[in-house]
Design a protein around this ligand. Structure first.
Ligand SMILES: Cc1cn([C@H]2C[C@H](O)[C@@H](COP(=O)(O)OP(=O)(O)OP(=O)(O)O)O2)c(=O)[nH]c1=O
Length: 208
């Protein structure tokens, strides 16, 4: 069956997730979830007390995928699988989400300096009353970063909308001594796991 016949919705505002999905040739349209006026599908992304990182990303991803699926019905859109994802940085078991402001970003980068941390990226695919979830966990080690470098990095503007206040796909690559796991997972959409979920749902990544 031709790939043209298969397409999905991506329930995400992230241009990077769109780009990653394009990389493996998956036709998709973006399902915008967070209208500024009504915000009906807005999801509470605050971690619960003592919530483990894996539980957190699974919970938020499930909520994003479910909200996307419900949105199809509300808008009478054609039924297709809905893909959603969530990414956090984890340092000493604590979740670092997106920085609130430049000062918060500086604090996060200071905490990551010279240390090892993990990036947890969950994905969820909602289709026909079922939401399948997968998790990718990567390990990264940063070199020591001076205060001057942190200030310059934050002023460069890459921090916004990035878990842990850094972008591996940007200048922060120069901080990373080593990494194991999934590069695409760190950027926000683990492609190995995404391809697995799609194939399980009948959407082949490799086809004639
Ligand atoms: C660590 C890291 C994170 N990130 C990004 C991936 C995610 O988009 C973002 C974490 O925020 P998320 O809440 O996972 O996603 P989002 O709000 O950007 O988009 P959505 O609409 O799908 O909820 O951080 C990078 O781009 N590069 C990195 O190196």
């Amino acid at each position: 069956m031709s790939a043209i016949k298969h397409s999905i919705y991506l329930a995400s505002r992230s241009a990077r997730r769109r780009e990653l999905l394009r990389q493996i040739g998956i036709r998709h349209s973006v399902l915008l979830m967070r209208e500024t006026l009504t915000r009906p599908a807005d999801i509470d992304e605050s971690p619960l007390p003592n919530e483990a990182p894996a539980d957190y990303v699974y919970r938020v991803t499930h909520a994003k995928a479910e909200a996307g699926w419900l949105r199809l019905g509300q808008r009478n859109l054609p039924v297709k699988p809905v893909l959603a994802a969530d990414t956090v940085v984890v340092l000493d078991g604590c979740i670092l989400g997106k920085p609130r402001d430049p000062q918060h970003a500086k604090t996060m980068l200071g905490q990551l300096s010279g240390r090892e941390h993990q990036v947890y990226s969950a994905i969820g695919l909602a289709f026909q009353q079922q939401i399948r979830l997968r998790l990718s966990v990567s390990m990264l080690r940063f070199r020591e970063i001076s205060q001057q470098e942190i200030d310059a990095y934050v002023a460069g503007g890459e921090i916004y909308d990035k878990a842990g206040a850094y972008a591996i796909q940007g200048k922060a690559a120069a901080f990373i001594i080593e990494m194991s796991g999934s590069y695409s997972g760190v950027v926000g959409l683990p492609l190995f796991e995404t391809a697995q979920l799609l194939e399980e749902t009948g959407i082949p990544v490799f086809c004639d």
